[in-house]
Ligand binder design. Structure first.
Ligand code: THU
Length: 158
C-alpha cells in the first residue's frame, strides 16, 4: 500500500471513514478557539469500535492551548489505555464559515500520533481534508513524519 491515498469526494471513502468524519464534524462545535477562530476536531476509531473525539482548546496564554489531535490521542490513552487506535479523522473549519477548511496536522501532533503507533505496535491510518475536495489518507503516522526523532535515537546512546 502506498503511503498516501487521495480521494476527491467524501463519498469515495469507505463507510467507516464517512461515519468517523461525520462524528468529527459534529464535534467541531466543542472547539474552543476564540483566538484563532479556527476550529479543529479529531475523531479516533478504537479497535473495539469506540470513538473518542477531541477538539482544539486554546488559551489566552497562547502556548498553553492544545490541538485537537493531541487532546483526542491523550484522552484515548488515558481512558482506554488497552485499546488500539485504528483510524483518526481530522476536520477543520473557520468559525465564520460553513464549509470545511483544508487542514493538516502540525508536526507536534504528528510526533504524538507516531508515539501512539509505537506504543500499540500497529499503524494508525490518518485522514485529513487537505485541499478543496481532496481527502488524503496516510497509511500511518510514520508516513506523515519522515526522519522522525523516536525511541531509537534515545536507545542508540547506550
Ligand atoms: N490546530 C489543531 O487543532 N490541529 C492541528 O494540527 C493544527 C492546528 C489548532 C491549534 C489552534 O487552536 C488553531 O488550530 C490554529 O492554529
Amino acid at each position: 500500500m502506498e503511503d498516501f491515498k487521495h480521494y476527491h469526494s467524501i463519498e469515495s471513502l469507505d463507510k467507516s471513514w464517512q461515519e468517523l468524519v461525520a462524528l468529527a464534524q459534529a464535534k467541531l462545535i466543542d472547539a474552543y478557539a476564540p483566538y484563532s477562530n479556527f476550529e479543529v476536531a479529531a475523531s479516533l476509531l478504537l479497535d473495539d469500535g469506540t470513538v473518542i473525539s477531541g477538539t482544539n482548546q486554546e488559551n489566552a496564554a497562547y502556548p498553553s492551548g492544545l490541538c485537537a489531535e493531541r487532546v483526542a490521542v491523550f484522552a484515548s490513552q488515558s481512558f482506554h489505555p488497552q485499546k488500539k487506535i485504528k483510524r483518526i479523522a481530522i476536520v477543520a473549519k473557520a468559525k465564520a464559515n460553513v464549509e470545511l477548511a483544508s487542514g493538516s496536522s502540525c508536526s507536534a501532533c504528528r510526533q504524538v500520533m507516531l508515539e501512539a503507533e509505537f506504543r500499540q505496535h500497529e499503524p494508525i491510518e490518518i485522514l485529513m481534508y487537505t485541499n478543496k475536495n481532496q481527502w488524503t489518507v496516510a497509511k500511518s503516522a510514520s508516513a506523515l513524519l519522515p526522519f522522525a526523532f523516536n525511541q531509537n535515537n534515545l536507545i542508540s546512546q547506550y
